[in-house]
Design a protein around this ligand. Structure first.
Ligand code: SF4
Length: 260
């Protein structure tokens, strides 16, 4: 994974040592010594860019694929999400086939995805709503809508929450929004960009205020925070001694900050 995202162990070790051990003063001071949270967010973004690389912001899949796959991805690994998607399309062929399939057959097809019995009817309701609203299963019109209007349209679909809607808008249409998944949320909390009690939906607008409204910045911030949360700042036993963010991290300075 590190090789894929441009980071190697020696670079990681160098950055971690430099920032965690030879910072200009006590770690506690470094963690809080920013003129503003915007400065701290930019520093974190910069460190992660240097560590994981500048990811090219090109759509990875077409918008309907991204939308339905993101529903399938909830509480599911990437591998099982992809398997569920492939099984679904092999079995039903196209979006009309998926919408009109017997729900128990669709549930069985997407079974590699967790909570398939909830997702199957949600996917069918979402497809029905799109077809009834647009006359087809094409959501490329979102490219030409103002961001707020596109967000509102997606959020009105059954089974589509803020994370899914922002992911589709940022990844497929390069709109200036920020998907906050569990990794982005956790790393943001521990480093102190958001407070310990801030929930995912509120985190979206707080983090957007802290970062430049440029899709390429938001995309890289999302992708790199996610990688960092998966590999280093894991839910249990974060690998703080190897972490490039240690010198700017509130949790590293004082683990009790997570509870306050
Ligand atoms: S909690 Fe540890 S692993 Fe997570 S960002 Fe802070 S120093 Fe890094």
């Amino acid at each position: 994974m590190f090789a894929q995202c441009g980071m190697n162990d020696s670079l990681l070790k160098r950055r971690s040592t430099k920032r965690a051990v030879t910072s200009e003063g006590p770690v506690q001071k470094a963690a809080r010594n920013f003129p503003s949270l915007k400065d701290k967010a930019l520093e974190i973004h910069s460190i992660l860019l240097e560590t994981y690389g500048d990811n090219e912001h090109t759509p990875r899949r077409e918008p309907m694929h991204e939308l339905i796959s993101t529903i399938l991805s909830q509480r599911t690994t990437w591998k099982n999400e992809d398997l569920a998607y492939q099984r679904m399309m092999q079995r039903f062929g196209d979006w009309a086939g998926v919408e009109n399939a017997p729900v128990d057959e669709l549930t069985e097809a997407i079974a590699p995805s967790n909570f398939a019995e909830v997702k199957a009817p949600n996917i069918q309701r979402t497809l029905r709503a799109i077809r009834e609203s647009r006359g087809s299963y094409d959501i490329s019109f979102l490219q030409d809508l103002p961001t707020e209007d596109g967000l509102a349209w997606l959020l009105a679909l059954p089974g589509v929450g803020l994370k899914t809607a922002t992911l589709v808008l940022l990844f497929c249409f390069r709109k200036p929004v920020l998907p906050v998944d569990t990794h982005v949320h956790r790393v943001s909390q521990r480093t102190g960009l958001i407070g310990p009690k801030v929930m995912h939906e509120a985190a979206h607008s707080i983090l957007l205020e802290l970062l430049p409204p440029e899709p390429a910045v938001l995309y890289n911030f999302h992708v790199n925070m996610l990688r960092h949360g998966q590999k280093i700042c894991t839910w249990s036993r974060p690998k703080c001694s190897r972490c490039v963010l240690a010198a700017v991290c509130n949790y590293f300075a004082d683990p009790d900050t997570e509870k306050s």
